[in-house]
Design a protein around this ligand. Structure first.
Ligand code: ADP
Ligand code: MG
Length: 400
């Protein structure tokens, strides 16, 4: 058997200690406070955000911590526990589109956007420590952006935006702008909404048709269940072009059907019969069936029948692999090995071509299922996967 560990989530005390120690070692002195924001997984509703449909993410217990202090000038210094040594140093202007690159765009971009939107943001020093795996499809990027945005709102703007959902919606939108315009990553708003607008013990139903959200109680413990997250650590080199081509096929299909987005179609059967391009048929079929699966999962979860969502998780994976063609060998092996080891259901989560999968398992079976997946990866000669256990956790906020 493999020696595997489930990646632990830091509690407030540990995250505060790590970020504050990095702050002290880098800048000397103490921060004005420490803020934290979570990564997320999407339970179901994949590739629906740009099709006017649902997604159902929930916040992970794994968070990014930011120790931050105001400065009296326009300078910004940024350090992360990922890159040791000297902090990045620049001005607020250096954090704008076309100027900030790499991780600085994610850490500093929100400051530039908030100031661009008229908030009185000045210079600051920040130290970042995180237990969210990077680039695993678990949204380390939004965890970082939103933790910084919450800190700046509180220190420069009396916490006006962080205080209620309307304000958090604005902060989330600013972080989306930072990711799109500064980091140059074409992502939707699911990750930032999950980090800022969820409540503990709930998944966040996001309806991208009208950008509305609803809290859906998700009590895995009460159902005797757990969600095991499998980070395949598969490289996903082709992902960008593939994402654009899926989006384009959906837009072509919607145009042919004379609807603004595919999820606006009233009669999916009739719509599929009217499409004749086989690629558009497959892509549209995923969208239609996935939207149905999300509806079913919401009904089951709302009726305290969480243990019955397994077939919809399996159906989601089959549809993403077959009709949408965004899975990969590592994701397929992860979900089938998890099911063989007794998972109630499993699916890739996130955009695909690598990243992570989730498996719904009985409480107490997490390590056994993880072990089985790790063995299957070893047999296939894949990079060893990483694991963590997800429970519906709290949104971002101040922790010290
Ligand atoms: P994901 O959001 O799924 O983890 P992304 O590619 O969207 O993957 O974001 C990962 C990027 O976010 C990293 O490459 C890095 O630039 C930045 N990032 C996230 N967390 C941190 C961190 N703790 N320290 C520095 N940079 C980070
Ligand atoms: Mg991301």
């Amino acid at each position: 058997s493999n020696h595997l560990s489930l990646l632990p989530a830091w509690d407030d005390a540990e995250g505060v200690r790590r970020a504050s120690e990095l702050f002290l070692a880098t800048y000397g002195g103490r921060p004005d406070g420490v803020w934290a924001a979570p990564g997320r997984v999407n339970l179901i509703g994949e590739h629906l955000d740009y099709n006017g449909g649902f997604s159902l993410p929930f916040a992970l217990p794994h968070r990014t911590f930011v120790a931050l202090a105001r400065r009296d000038d326009e300078f910004v210094r940024l350090v992360s526990d990922l890159g040791a040594g000297e902090p990045w140093t620049g001005s607020l202007d250096d954090l704008g589109p076309g100027r900030a690159a790499g991780w600085i765009a994610y850490a500093g971009g929100p400051a530039w956007v908030l100031r661009d939107e008229g908030l009185p943001v000045g210079g600051f020093d920040a130290a970042i420590a995180s237990c969210v795996p990077l680039g695993a499809g678990l949204s380390s990027s939004a965890a970082l952006e939103t933790a910084v945005a919450l800190a700046l709102d509180e220190l420069f703007h009396d916490g006006t935006l962080g205080a209620d959902d309307a304000g958090r919606t604005r902060l989330a939108a600013a972080c989306v702008r930072a990711e799109n315009e500064v980091a140059g990553a074409a992502t939707g708003g699911m990750d930032q909404a999950a980090a800022l607008r969820t409540t503990a013990g709930h998944a966040l139903l996001i309806d991208s048709h009208d950008a509305s959200v609803r809290q859906v109680p998700l009590d895995l413990d009460a159902a005797g269940l757990a969600v095991l997250v499998i980070d395949t650590r598969a490289p996903h080199a082709l992902a960008d072009g593939q994402y654009a081509s899926r989006r384009a096929a959906c837009e072509r299909a919607a145009a042919r059907l004379a609807v603004p987005t595919l999820c606006a179609v009233a009669d999916p059967e009739a719509a599929l019969a009217r499409l004749d391009d086989p690629e558009e048929v497959r892509r549209a079929r995923h969208v239609f069936t996935e939207q149905e699966r999300v509806r079913r999962v919401i009904d089951l979860v709302s009726a305290s029948r969480l243990s019955e969502i397994g077939p919809d998780l399996d159906g989601s994976h089959a549809s993403l692999a077959g009709d949408y063609e965004v899975s990969c060998r590592e994701l397929d092996v992860a979900v089938s090995a998890a099911r063989d080891a007794g998972a109630r259901g499993a699916r890739m989560t996130g955009g695909g071509f690598g990243g992570s999968a989730i498996a719904l398992v009985e409480r107490g079976a997490e390590s056994r299922v993880a072990d089985a997946v790790a063995s299957a990866f070893a047999e296939h000669g894949f990079t060893p996967p990483a694991f963590l256990v997800a429970r519906a956790s709290a949104p971002g906020g101040r922790v010290a």
